[in-house]
Ligand binder design. Structure first.
Ligand code: C5P
Length: 201
């Protein structure tokens, strides 16, 4: 049996935390699709043409330890506007979504483009200020952040690129359940996600 859960939303809204918790709760496999774009972005920074990088992505490209940094996040959102890059990554994501035993995919276009027939769809969001603060704390803990203002500017630049691109822009699917985590604890956000999924099972 396969059951596909699509979780979309902007950067640092809590998608990753919710997706990991949901996949553990149901024993489903989890794919953070942002990592695919980050791996392509990292290769672009290394001098590889983004379309070539996307068409030849290898497992070791996803295992790089530097993919979480802010520079690679910006590069990821730049390669993500390229239609051919997105196209090269579709089959892998769809095959993952159909795997027996259930799958959780998180990203920007899972419920709208990659898995329009997903069994459950969530759109996880929060204000840009709350998201920037969370991302700043995460990056600061790893020694990667400069200032909160800079992180906020980065988050807004990435939102702008993700929302306004022509190919697969960031937007909630018509049938997605919206979860605004601005005022929610992690536990409450996870509980809201599981309740929304249960309603579809
Ligand atoms: O989720 P994460 O912040 O790791 O994603 C990095 C970038 O990859 C996003 O800003 C977005 O531009 C792109 N992305 C995308 N579609 C997805 C996942 C990520 O365009 N499904």
């Amino acid at each position: 049996m396969s059951f596909t859960i699509a979780i979309d939303g902007p950067a640092a809204a809590g998608k990753g935390t919710i997706s990991r918790a949901v996949s553990e709760h149901y024993g489903f496999a989890h794919l953070d699709t942002g990592l695919l774009y980050r791996a392509v972005g990292a290769k672009m920074l290394d001098g590889v043409a983004p379309v070539d990088a996307a068409q030849n992505l290898q497992p070791e490209d996803l295992a790089r330890t530097d993919l979480r940094g802010p520079e690679i996040a910006q590069a990821a959102s730049k390669v993500a506007v390229i239609g051919e890059v997105r196209l090269a990554l579709v089959d892998f994501q769809r095959a993952f979504a159909r795997r027996v035993g259930g799958a959780v995919l998180d990203g920007r276009d899972i419920g709208t483009v990659i898995c329009p027939r997903a069994d459950a769809k969530l759109f996880v969001t929060a204000s840009a200020e709350v998201r920037a603060k969370r991302r700043f704390m995460e990056l600061a803990a790893k020694g990667l952040a400069d200032s909160l203002d800079e992180v906020l500017a980065d988050v807004k630049a990435r939102d702008d690129r993700d929302i306004n691109r022509a190919e697969s822009p960031l937007k909630p699917a018509d049938d997605a359940v919206l979860i605004d985590t601005s005022e929610l604890s992690i536990e409450a956000a996870i509980a809201a996600a599981i309740a929304a999924i249960e309603a579809r099972r």
